[in-house]
Design a protein around this ligand. Structure first.
Ligand SMILES: [Fe+2]
Length: 379
């Protein structure tokens, strides 16, 4: 049961935040697994090629018994199966994930499903119940935005069944989340913008989600303030550690919040749109965000006014306008026509947007409302 006065919350057992915190990771594994830790690494390619990524690999020493670094965006189930096979082959008993949301989601899923008998699609499509135990995961985000280091779900793609959806289990929450903002130094403008606007979307959606509680709102509001204050600065001056720290912190805090509260219509629609058009998740969210804020304003005016006051921009309508202006300044496109959205796609999107996120949106959208929105997004 969940209401404003009665709720439960799931968090990682250990949270480390701060520049240089990656250096604590080998010691964390020793605490989790004892000296016999056999760790399988799932890395993004860019992390493996970076100085800090190579340094982390060296610090892990003999604990690291194998690694995988070919995870694509919106990880297809076959890739997770491949990681599971390698974990078993190396007889690993723990998993290290260093990368963006796709890397962390793949690693979390593989650590759980390694303890079962089926293939990833069996669990994603509900043919099998997820295992009741998981290998421990330590997750280090290398982008600031997805919050996957905090959450109990993973977004996966199953091309055979033509879906992109979440697999969920409280066991998927990493045992430890280590957020080291230095890993985000120097990320390109587009990656910083897309992942940061994903975080901002998640923070705002968490504030007004039907699953929001006082606990999640307190965190999500702080995340909104940090991201509204520092995201544009981090996009424009990507080598500034202070900006990177505040954005990474905002993203981390928002992950703690939305992992409990759920999200809203931006995420409900971003999944089928992103799957269909191949638009990166963060950018799909950023394109949708101003439209959904405007849709939600009549029922979320009080909360948006609180956010507007915190950010120093004015009332609820002024907050919505400030978010839209931020998106325009950061060159977010105003719709999906440039990505090949066609009227033929609407039925697929309508049929596939009814996820938990859509249900948590504070103002319900009928199929006709979604169709009208898609027409505007295609203008
Ligand atoms: Fe997201």
């Amino acid at each position: 049961m969940k209401s404003l006065d009665s709720y439960s919350a799931y968090f990682p057992g250990c949270l480390m935040f701060g520049s240089g915190s990656r250096k604590e990771v080998p010691g964390l594994f020793d605490k989790l697994c004892g000296r016999g830790g056999r760790v399988f690494g799932v890395f993004s390619n860019s992390v493996l090629q970076s100085v800090r990524g190579r340094e982390l690999k060296e610090l892990m020493g003999g604990r690291l018994v194998g690694y995988y670094s070919s995870v694509p965006h919106d990880p297809p189930v076959e890739y997770v199966d491949e990681i599971i096979g390698r974990i078993r082959k190396t007889d690993a008993n723990a998993v290290l994930a260093v990368g963006g949301g796709s890397v962390m989601d793949s690693a979390k899923t593989a650590a759980l499903l390694t303890c079962g008998d089926g293939c990833t699609s069996d669990y994603l499509m509900g043919r099998l119940a997820v295992p009741t135990r998981s290998l421990p995961v330590v997750a280090l985000p290398s982008t600031a935005g997805t919050g996957a280091e905090m959450t109990k779900n993973a977004v996966l793609t199953d091309h055979q069944n033509n879906v992109k959806k979440s697999l969920r289990s409280p066991l998927m929450i990493p045992k430890a989340a280590v957020v080291d903002p230095e890993l985000t130094l120097g990320l390109p403008f587009a990656v910083t913008r897309d992942s940061g606007l994903d975080a901002l979307t998640q923070a705002i959606e968490s504030c007004v989600s039907t699953g929001a509680t006082r606990l999640t709102r307190a965190m999500a509001r702080e995340a909104v303030l940090l991201l509204m204050t520092y995201l544009e600065k981090a996009c424009r001056d990507g080598d500034n550690l202070e900006y990177r720290e505040r954005v990474a912190e905002g993203s981390m805090i928002c992950g703690l919040a939305f992992g409990q509260s759920g999200l809203g219509a931006v995420h409900g629609l971003a999944h089928p749109l992103g799957h269909l058009l191949g638009v990166p998740h963060g950018l799909a969210c950023a394109i949708l965000l101003p439209y959904i804020l405007e849709w939600n304003l009549p029922v979320a005016e009080d909360e948006f006014a609180i956010l507007g006051g915190m950010c120093g921009v004015g009332d609820g309508a002024a907050f919505v306008a400030a978010v839209e202006q931020l998106c325009r300044r950061l060159q977010v496109p105003e719709g999906f026509s440039g990505y090949g959205l066609k009227a033929d796609h609407y039925d697929y999107i309508i049929a596939n947007c009814r996820s938990g996120s859509m249900k948590a949106n504070p103002r319900a959208m009928t199929d006709d409302d979604v169709r009208e929105l898609l027409t505007r997004l295609n203008g």
